[in-house]
Structure formats: structure tokens, C-alpha cells
Design a binder for this molecule. Structure first.
Ligand code: PLP
Length: 435
């Protein structure tokens, strides 16, 4: 049985399963709230991209955007699947190094990289820095000179593509904090600095047009814009890009309103378009890089909560409160993100009514799901929220001094704790007394 189109089974006891494991047993064993990942699903998502490029004989790097869910165990899985890795901070880089991720496949992003971050990246000989602004070009130049090292660099540009009600259009407006502006000459100025730099090995362009994108149109438009710029630099400076990075943003299914493409289709269409653009320009096809985050981990993870208090306001709304909320999943409060859920111990029961799921934080906005159809909810039931694998744990916070939840991986009928639940000692560990 497939639950509400989410790829989970229900066992004979009527309990929701993940990766062949009973979620109610896992909740009992590890406590709630609890993030659980089906590692097989993560691997399948990785392979949908990697294998498609391989089958089409297209040179590509699939870099997992680790901000979606960064932990040592997750970085290990990305390594096992042959992915590259995007990091955007010293903390994410440190996590990758602790996991033994191959440094030459790590790429550093960020619109305000510090001198410490850049030094750490250069000293560890990571694979590539995606340059975002002029200050950074100066800093990288000085550091490379100091350490007498060379570094591969991509230039992040803002292609000026916007989604208008799911239709992608080019706009003159490149209003973004990220990257060099293509239209006002900034990118040209940056190009000359990078191209002629004695220590910087300029490899090509990067763009990232957004997130939770359900079609390929925006990516193809972006590739077109980048190739237009490449044509100019090719003509003027004989520049031939070795890499074209089209970013991440591949959409997943959170609720029935979402209809993502199968992941292999993104790889197919992008591969075909880049090959086509390169042949029109009569240059070798650059290596295609993409950076999926959400699409790798989003639908592989669920969160379990225990249901506590309930509140009925007849004619208005039924509330049920859970033992987590915006501290383990900030997305509903941050951008009205929608989710679906079932009662894990009643997963075989039909809904009999609707309840809204409230978090336990002292914020009226701490609501996880509005008007969720459920069978009669009772205190002590386990609620399983689907598709919480991306930007859940990674955005977890200590609001109301709530300790961060644990993370469990399941695979091949085995469960393994990969991030411990925080203790109250952990919560106060940096606090000092005031004398
Ligand atoms: C956030 C981000 C990604 C990943 O986005 P998803 O929507 O999780 O795929 C990739 N590249 C860059 C530069 C990003 O900022």
C-alpha cells in the first residue's frame, strides 16, 4: 500500500514503515521528534542524476548541495554514490573533511566568504571556488599568492531569469545578492580579472536560478543566457569554458499540489541543450555541473512526532499539538511551506476529520500543517510528516531552548543513529555564568 502517493508501506499492524522498518518501533526506540532517512531512497535519487549522465555519455559532476542536510553520515553516503559536494561555510567544509570526503570534489559557495573560509578551502586544496564578487577575487588572489597555490574557479552570474506563475521569463531585472551582473558589465570586468590571473584557473560560469522548480524551461533559458556570454568572450579572448554549472533547484513532491519531473529528465534535457549550444558555437561540450540538494534528500526523509494536547474550537478549527515544530522544521513558519502527514500507528485508517498540526513553540506562527485530514487523533499517537529530508535538520534551531532532534538512517532492514539527540547540557554548553 502506498500512503497518499508517498512511497511508504503500511505493515500488518497498520503502522507506517520506512525502509522496511516500523516507524512506531523507531519512535519508541529513539524518542520523538525524530528525523528518519531511507538511505536507499537517497541512493536512488543520486543515481537518477549520475547514471543518466553516464548513460548519455555526457561528462558531468553532480554536486550534492550539502546545505539541504549536512551531517557526517550524509556526506559519507554522497561520497559512496560518487557525487561531488557543495559547501557554503567553514562548518559545512569541516563536516565534509571529517567525513573524509575527497577534497578535489568539494566546491565552495557563498556571497560573503570570509578570509578564514577561503584560507581553509585553499589550504585543503578543495576542487573549486565559485566566485561571487570583486572583494572575493582580491582575497583569493592574495591567498593563492601567499600559499603559492593554484585554484580552479567558476564565476557565479545572475542570468536574470524569473519564474512567473511557472512560466520562466528573462527579465532586465537582475536584483539578487548573489553573483556578477551580466547586463551592466560587472561580469565582463570580473572575467578579465579572472581570465588573466596568474594563480586562478578560470574554468567557466555558474548560475542557480531558484528552488523547487518543476520543469526544465528555466534551466534551458539559463543555459542559453550563459552561452550568449560565452560566445562574446570566445570571440574576444578565445575563451573556451571547461565547465558549465547550472545550479540546483530540482523540485520534489511535498503535497498533491506538487508534480515534479522524474529526476533523470532534468539530466537528459540539460545534457541535450548544453551539447546543442556548444556545437552551435563550435566549441567542445563543457563538463556539466549540477547541484541538487532538495532532490537528493527531501523525499527520503520523514519526521516523527508524538501528539500531545488537542484543542477543539467548534466551527473554527481542531488543533493538535506535537512535541516539535519550528525548531526542527522551520520551513512552514519561514515560507508557508506545505506538508502532508499521517498518524503512523493508524496508517491503515481512513481520515474522519481535519486537524491542524501545531508546534510547541511560543509563536502563533508555529504551525506545521493546516487542516490535515486524519483518522481520530489521540494523545500519544505518532504523527509522521513526509518529505522533511531537506532543510529540516539543517535549519533546526534552539528557539525556546529546545534541544535538536536525533537523526536515524534506515537501510537493508537496519536502523542506525547518525546524529544524537541533544541534551539540555548541550543546550547550555556555551553559556557562562555572570559574576
Ligand atoms: C541552495 C542551492 C542549491 C541547492 O538548491 P536545492 O533547491 O536544494 O536543489 C544549489 N546551488 C546553490 C548555489 C544554492 O544556493
Amino acid at each position: 500500500m502506498i500512503v497518499d502517493n508517498h512511497p511508504y508501506e503500511v505493515n500488518q499492524e497498520g503502522h507506517l514503515e520506512i525502509g522496511g522498518m516500523d516507524t512506531v518501533d523507531l519512535a519508541e526506540k529513539y524518542g520523538t521528534p525524530l528525523y528518519i532517512y531511507d538511505v536507499k531512497a537517497i541512493r536512488e535519487n543520486c543515481r537518477a542524476f549520475v547514471q543518466t549522465f553516464e548513460e548519455l555519455d555526457i561528462r558531468a559532476q553532480v554536486a550534492y548541495a550539502s546545505k539541504a542536510f549536512s551531517s557526517i553520515a550524509m556526506v559519507q553516503v554522497a561520497k559512496q554514490e560518487g557525487l561531488s559536494l557543495d559547501v557554503v561555510s567553514e562548518g559545512e567544509l569541516y563536516t565534509a573533511l571529517q567525513a573524509g570526503f575527497p577534497v578535489e570534489k568539494i566546491h565552495l559557495h557563498g556571497n560573503n566568504k570570509s578570509i578564514e573560509e577561503l584560507s581553509m578551502a585553499i589550504q585543503h586544496d578543495i576542487g573549486c571556488i565559485v566566485v561571487d564578487n570583486f572583494l572575493e577575487i582580491d582575497m583569493i588572489g592574495k591567498l593563492l599568492e601567499k600559499y603559492d597555490k593554484k585554484m580552479d574557479v567558476l564565476m557565479r552570474v545572475t542570468p536574470g531569469i524569473e519564474s512567473k506563475t511557472h512560466k520562466y521569463i528573462m527579465t532586465g531585472n537582475e536584483d539578487s545578492k548573489f553573483g556578477f551582473n551580466l547586463q551592466n558589465g560587472q561580469a565582463d570586468e570580473a572575467f578579465t580579472k579572472l581570465f588573466e590571473h596568474p594563480y586562478i584557473q578560470f574554468k567557466g560560469l555558474h548560475c542557480h536560478i531558484g528552488s523547487q522548480i518543476f520543469e526544465t524551461e528555466g534551466f534551458l533559458l539559463a543555459a542559453e543566457v550563459l552561452f550568449k556570454q560565452i560566445a562574446v568572450w570566445n570571440e574576444k579572448y578565445d575563451f573556451v569554458p571547461e565547465v558549465l554549472n547550472l545550479g540546483g533547484g530540482f523540485g520534489i513532491r511535498y503535497t498533491g499540489e506538487d508534480s515534479p519531473l522524474p529526476l533523470n529528465q532534468y539530466a537528459e534535457k540539460l545534457g541535450a541543450a548544453v551539447t546543442d549550444f556548444a556545437s552551435k558555437l563550435d566549441i567542445p561540450v563543457p563538463e556539466i555541473w549540477i547541484e541538487p540538494g532538495r532532490a537528493i534528500v527531501g523525499n527520503a526523509g520523514i519526521t516523527l512526532y508524538s501528539i500531545g494536547s488537542t484543542k477543539s474550537i467548534p466551527g473554527v478549527r481542531e488543533y493538535i499539538s506535537v512535541d516539535g515544530g519550528m525548531t526542527d522544521n522551520l520551513r512552514p513558519a519561514l515560507y508557508q511551506a506545505k506538508y502532508e502527514a499521517v498518524i503512523a500507528n493508524k496508517a491503515d485508517k481512513e481520515p474522519t476529520g481535519q486537524s491542524s498540526i501545531a508546534g510547541k513553540c511560543c509563536e502563533s506562527g508555529d504551525m506545521l500543517i493546516k487542516d490535515l485530514p486524519l483518522p481520530e487523533p489521540e494523545t500519544g499517537d505518532i504523527l509522521a510528516v513526509f518529505s522533511t529530508g531537506a532543510y529540516g535538520y539543517s535549519m533546526a534551531n534552539h528557539y525556546n531552548r529546545i534541544p535538536k532532534a536525533a537523526v536515524v538512517f534506515v537501510e537493508d532492514g537496519k536502523d542506525q543513529l547518525v546524529v544524537q539527540r541533544e541534551s539540555y547540557k548541550d543546550v547550555v554548553k556555551n553559556d557562562l555564568t555572570y559574576e
